[in-house]
Write a protein that binds this ligand. Structure first.
Ligand SMILES: [Zn+2]
Length: 220
């Protein structure tokens, strides 16, 4: 009888230990996903994956080193959002499209920016993305949520994007000599929308090389 109780107790201990190990590793994954931004800047507000109710990535594949490129996208769909609720919903919709429909590990972008001027955490820094062939392991892919073909993105969105890029340099993730590109320069797409493309063409660090997706050279 006593032997039986001890056996049960042992089984319970093992179960509890396993459960606590599991919760520790889940916590570690979350910390990696959200705490890689050391931004302590009142001018910027970062919405964590927890806050927009992201699903966990299926897999996280990393690359090392200071990142040499920023690639700008628009979402086209979903349409623009202007508050945290709407933009969180847009993030979940993109994650559904990328992870469930396309079968990717996670939402494709490293980060996204809402019309509310907040930064939404996607895959994060130094995680191989799924947004720009040949550049996924050497760039930060930033999606400005909305369709910016004709309409200019709201000022809050543009300012937040610029500030976030600066912060990425200040925090050591992005190379001080980084090159800024639009998605259409590396893939046959109209992304990031004509109007947004014109806008980023005037930003510092914008590079007009490569001129298009057929340009085989990746400039460093
Ligand atoms: Zn794109």
């Amino acid at each position: 009888m006593e032997q039986e109780i001890i056996r049960k107790w042992n089984a319970l201990t093992i179960l509890l230990l396993a459960a606590s190990t599991l919760s520790v590793s889940a916590y570690a994954l979350q910390v990696t996903e959200t705490e890689d931004i050391k931004a302590n800047d009142t001018a910027i507000s970062i919405v964590t994956r927890n806050e927009w109710s992201a699903r966990d990535p299926k897999m996280v594949e990393r690359f090392t080193g200071t990142i040499p490129f920023v690639i700008i996208h628009h979402s086209y769909i979903p349409k623009a959002c202007y508050d945290e609720d709407g933009c969180s919903k847009a993030m979940r919709k993109m994650q559904d499209m990328h992870q469930l429909k396309n079968g990717w590990n996670d939402i494709g972008y490293s980060f996204a920016v809402g019309g509310d001027g907040r930064i939404y955490h996607g895959r994060g820094y130094n995680v191989i993305g799924a947004h720009s062939p040949r550049y996924n392991d050497k760039s930060i892919g930033i999606c400005l949520i909305g369709d910016w073909t004709i309409e200019k993105p709201p000022q809050a969105m543009l300012s937040a994007t610029k500030r976030f890029i600066e912060l990425s340099v200040e925090n050591g993730f992005l190379s001080p000599n980084y090159k800024l590109l639009g998605h259409r320069q590396v893939r046959n797409t109209e992304c990031p929308g004509q109007r947004l493309y014109e806008e980023i063409s005037s930003w510092s660090h914008f590079s007009n090389k490569p001129a298009g997706p057929d340009d085989p050279e990746i400039p460093y």
